[in-house]
Structures are given as structure tokens and as C-alpha cells.
Design a protein around this ligand. Sequence first.
Ligand code: UD1
Length: 419
Amino acid sequence: MDRFLITGGAPLKGTVRIAGAKNATLPIMAASLLCPGTCEIHEVPDLRDVRVMCEILKLMGAKVEAGKGYCRIDAASVAACEVPENLMREMRSSIFIMGALLGRLGKVKVSYPGGCAIGPRPIDLHLKGLSALGAKITEKHGYVLAEGPALRGSDVHLDFPSVGATENIMMAAVKAQGVTVIRNAAKEPEVVDLQNFLNKMGAKIRGAGTDTIKIEGVSDLYPTSHSVIPDRIEAGTFMLAAAMTQGDVHLENVIAEHTEPVAAKLRETGAEVVSSGEGIYVTARRRLQAVDIKTLPYPGYPTDMQPQTMAMLSVAEGTSVAIENIFVNRFKHVDELRRMGAQINIEGRAAVIRGVERLSGACVEASDLRAGVALVLAGLVADGQTVLENVYHIDRGYEALEEKLRRLGAQVQRLKESR
Ligand code: UD1
């Protein structure tokens, strides 16, 4: 497995272009199965998760052509409705296939996703929503079978505004008979992007971005093309990297409103964050101040930025508290940050971070995507060299991370696995 060799110390300077959002691309790719024609998706990031989704779509019978920044999905002859277990394990987001295939074929079988590095990831809310639409759910031998040849619109109240459950229910409801209302729906920008894509296909959805989404079932959907929104988590990661290295970075292809939860927190640390028509500028001229964060559903502070933020606060002046409210076990990066000299104590859902002047390079391991990139950020402000193992986690969600960082002046090298 590839490793990163990072030599810390350089302030990041220059311009970086943010890629299309992974978390918008994956459900939109799955949603293209709903339409018996060819959809074209642009601003598709080149990521391992996207390649896995391409494989899944092909196995379902779609023809997929993927090029630089786009993919074309011809779902005319989709017939298979079972996702192999190895692909479900490879990528948890393959769960999106459920709503799309149920809507298209009236039947879908997936293996039950188990726990993962950031804690248990149940799908009870997805299943409750799908069964409210009339799907019959059978759970046996680690598989979930959902059958609903004639779904009917219904009222669904989510106990928690789950992003994946909201998206799955939207996809299943698009062709159901009658009106579906999802209450306490997730308000994340990626849900809005999915709504926009589905409406371009002929769906009738309103309300995404608020906590109530209304879907009026339609009988036919048509091919369309769509450009995916910029990745607010990739943007947030570069914003933090700029600030903590006391750099000066211009981010292109960003939607400032989507990054505002991170921008507001960065301003509290003393960094300058300015957005203009051309993007976002992040500058820090001195050591950042400690701040507290609390992860919450959008527009709260994103859980997907929590590990990177802890890396940043590890070198801030003063003591910070980070509270993780979304995933129960999302502190796997802490032991690795400690190896680099960070002073962090965990108490339940809270982490207390006592900022140190500098971290020190060490050999560390990525346990998941965001934990991995947090260690890259730590490496950028560490004395000496950091070797980061298991970079494949980062490849799931960051396009050419080391190249983008190098163009900003960082010293990051990929060491290819020698066979
Ligand atoms: C999505 C994002 C992920 C992000 C997360 C929270 C994608 C592909 N992934 O994941 O990057 O970290 O939103 O912003 O978009 N839950 C249940 N039952 C369910 C579903 C969820 O209890 O049926 C719980 C989860 O365990 C978790 C919380 O709800 O504690 C939030 O999960 P959810 O919003 O569903 O996250 P994902 O859609 O999996």
C-alpha cells in the first residue's frame, strides 16, 4: 500500500482548484439508474469511491464511460438487482443503490453494511423510510432484500436527519404513486444537488435544503446532464491547511455558503477568510488561537471536518474542546496525532486539545479517509518527516491530494508500494 512522506514547515501559498463533491457524485451516479437512457455527469472527481460506484453500476447492467471529469451512464438495460458483498464492503456509500434500484426495478438485494472505522453505521432509517413507501424488507443471512413493485407515496419522519436515508428515500419516492413527504430531512448541500439532478430528469421534488422535502411521484424520467457541486469538505481541508501553515491560499471552484461553517470557525482562530466571486482566500499571519467546535448536521460544523480541525487545533495557542455529535467513534486519529506530539484527552464525545508550539514528524497510520487527511495536515506543521501509511483511505475521497499540496509549496511525496 502507498505511503506519503511529508516534510513539514512550508507555509502553503498559491491557488488550488477544488474538485466536484464526492458525496454529491455518488448518490447522483446511483440515481442515474432510475432513468432508462444516458445521463451525463460533469465535475466528477477522480476517486477510488467513484471507480467502485462505476463497477457497481456496470454490474447492474449499465454501460459506463468515465473520462477526465465526467461520466456517462447508460442505464437502458439495467436488470440486475443484487450488489455483491465485496463491493458493499469496499464502499459503504453503495447503500444508495437501494433507493435507485427499488425505484427502477422494484427489487434490490444488498449485503448489510457492518461497522466501520468511525463507528457503527446502521441503516434502520433507510429501511424505515423504504418500508413506509410500501417496500417489503427482509433481513436474512447478512443481506437485506427490499421488494416494492408498486411503491406508494407516504409521510416519513426521520428520527435523525440522516443524509443517506434522506437521499435513498428521495430516489425511491421519485416514481412512487402519489406524494411522499420526508420530515426532519437532512439539509446538506449534497441533498439539494441530488434534488436538482432528479428534477432535471423530470422528477417533481421541492424543499431539499430545508427539513421538509416533498416528492410528487412521476411515471417517466428522461436523460439529462448535470455538473456536480464543488466538494465543501475538500475545500474546508485546504482552508485549514492554509491557515495552520500560516499560508496564503486562493481556492477556486467553491460555493462560499457551503464552506461558511468552517470559514466562521477559522475567523475565530484569527485567520482571514474572504470570499469573492472568484473563490475564497485564506490567509494567516500568526499562530492560530484555540477555538471550540461541536459537530452537527448541516449547517452546523461538519463531522467530516472534525479530524482535520483537531490537527489544526493541536498547534493552536490555548486549549480547545471538540465535541463529536454525529459518529460515536470518530476519534481514531487521536492516538496517531499523539504520536506526533499532540496533547489530546478524550472524555466520551469530547476531546480536549492543549495546543503545542510544534508537532514532530513520526510514522503514523490512516484509519479512514478524514482521519488520514488530518494526519497529512499534521505532517505539514511537524518538525522533520512524517510517514503516513494506508494512503488508500485518502484516495477514496481526495483527488490528487499530494499534487495539489505540492503545487502550494508543501513537501509531500507518494511512496509507491514495492511489490
Ligand atoms: C454522509 C456522508 C458522510 C458524512 C455523514 C454525516 C455520504 C456518502 N457520506 O454519510 O461523509 O460523514 O453523512 O454528515 O454522503 N444513522 C442511523 N440510522 C440510519 C442512518 C444513519 O442511526 O439508518 C446515524 C449514523 O449512525 C450517524 C448519523 O445517523 O450517527 C448520521 O449518519 P448519516 O447522515 O446517515 O451519514 P451517511 O449518510 O452515512
